[in-house]
Unconditional design. Structure first.
Length: 461
């Protein structure tokens, strides 16, 4: 082995490339000992940390394996890269089409969906010559109300359900129904960027409310000087920070909304996926004054491509929403509504959730264990629910630089500042999705992250 310091390839990439070549050619066969990082570093005249990073990358790809007392040896498995992307080291820039590992939150793995159940759902579709009623088919609304009662303990009559084509369309519907244009709506900061964009496009003045701490939303609402019409929040798994508003503060928020005459829009986007914690009651379920509109979605449990969300609207707020829905017409096709109805009523959705919850729990554990290798990560939050985590970074680390460097190495990761109304480089962080990735891919991806120069500055390297 040798390194060329004039090469465009990093020293780490050169070491990975040469070791991988030796493994592929059989020069190092299964069970063969791998030279220690100290020996390789000494022979090449490079830092040991660089060699360690190279070996971690190969281990993440499944080429080598280490165990206490046995050292590092060549894996007995065939090169385990079938679900792991190769390192495109040396590629200066990559297009989105070239990205090999996408760790942005929100995506799902289509392989996780039972093809048998999915085919059965689509076979259940009956031809129809008329569009479904604007609020949704009677069968789907009944199935969704039953689902909310059983999964969230939320009392719900089918007449309260209004079907929409995604979260943005649901918020558009509410904006038109309650005439929020040119008025103010409070949104979480940091929060889901598309929520702000939707309101801005509709001419709604959105007011950011700092939610850095879990129970900070109420004090932020109380500090808003001008009247607001509504407040959008994710109380059961704040997006993207991941914390949960405590039961006591939920009650305080409801009382404040009642006294202020403010409508609460509760986005319960991934309540199905909790790990080791009991579910907290939804705001809508606690609301005795009926000021909370519940927003649910099928995107997180089935397929984002379905574009099917739904509103559970308190009875006294329902008529303006129904009138607006009638004016806009149905936006979710009859076949999609029939298929989702079948998944709900046949029990296939419940079986699917139980099945993938175990998969996601394993992926979450792999992500948390792998992130321990990155010294720049101070702590990880948002681990109790959902399909992403927030990795907070040491002060002085540039999350935006890490994002750019990761992209040049074939990975998509997200800067916490992308979710903030105003950037805050003094509190850097990375938002990492894992729902769509297999454990081996997660290990490989985090091993890659550990080698990024932007994330090694904390160690003085």
């Amino acid at each position: 082995m040798r390194v060329d310091r004039a090469s465009r390839l990093s020293i780490r990439a050169q070491i990975v490339q040469q070791l991988r070549s030796a493994l592929e050619s059989g020069v190092l066969g299964p069970g063969s000992p791998v030279p220690s990082s100290r020996a390789v570093a000494s022979a090449l005249g490079v830092s040991r940390s660089t060699v360690v990073a190279a070996l971690q990358e190969l281990e993440g790809e499944g080429w080598i394996e280490s165990s206490q007392g046995s050292g590092t040896v060549v894996s007995h498995r065939p090169h385990a890269t079938s679900d792991v992307a190769r390192d495109p080291a040396g590629s200066a820039t990559m297009s989105d089409e070239d990205i090999e590992i996408d760790m942005r939150p929100g995506d799902l793995n289509p392989e996780d969906i039972s093809r048998v159940g999915w085919r059965a759902a689509w076979r259940s579709i009956e031809p129809s010559t008329t569009p479904p009623p604007p609020p949704g088919s009677a069968a789907l609304r009944a199935a969704l109300s039953t689902y909310l009662r059983s999964s969230r303990g939320l009392p719900c009559d089918p007449s309260q359900i209004v079907v929409c084509a995604g979260t943005a369309e649901a918020l558009t519907l509410l904006t038109l129904a309650f005439q929020w244009r040119e008025r103010a709506v409070a949104v979480e900061d940091p929060g889901y960027p598309d929520i702000r964009r939707t309101f801005q496009t509709l001419g709604v003045r959105w007011v950011p409310v700092d939610v850095t701490d879990a129970d900070q939303f109420l004090s932020g609402l109380q500090s808003i000087e001008k009247p607001i019409e509504a407040a959008y929040l994710t109380p059961s798994h704040q997006y993207p920070l991941g914390h949960r508003i405590s039961p006591g503060v939920r009650g305080d928020i409801l009382r404040w909304a009642r006294d202020a005459g403010v409508i609460l829009v509760e986005d319960d986007y991934d309540s199905e996926f909790r790990f080791g914690v009991a579910p907290l009651p939804s705001l809508a379920g606690l609301d005795t004054t009926a000021s909370t509109i519940y927003l649910g979605t099928m995107s997180k449990v089935l397929d984002p491509g379905l574009r099917l969300s739904y509103l559970r609207v308190p009875t006294h707020l329902l008529q303006p929403v129904l009138d607006t829905r009638d004016a806009l017409g149905a936006t979710v096709s009859a076949p999609v509504q029939q298929a989702v109805t079948h998944l709900l009523t046949s029990g296939e959705l419940a079986r699917h959730i139980a099945r993938v919850r175990k998969l996601y729990q394993d992926r979450r554990a792999t992500m948390l264990q792998s992130l321990e290798k990155i010294a720049a990560v101070t702590h990880v939050t948002g681990t109790e629910a959902g399909l992403h985590v927030l990795a907070s970074l040491r002060q002085g680390i540039s999350a935006s630089a890490a994002v750019e460097q990761a992209r040049s190495h074939g990975m998509h990761i997200t800067d916490l500042d992308d979710y903030r109304a105003r950037p805050d480089p003094s509190n850097p962080g990375l938002v990492l999705g894992y729902g769509q990735l297999k454990p081996a891919t997660i290990r490989h991806a985090v091993n890659r992250l550990a080698t990024l120069p932007a994330l090694q500055e904390a160690d003085g390297r």
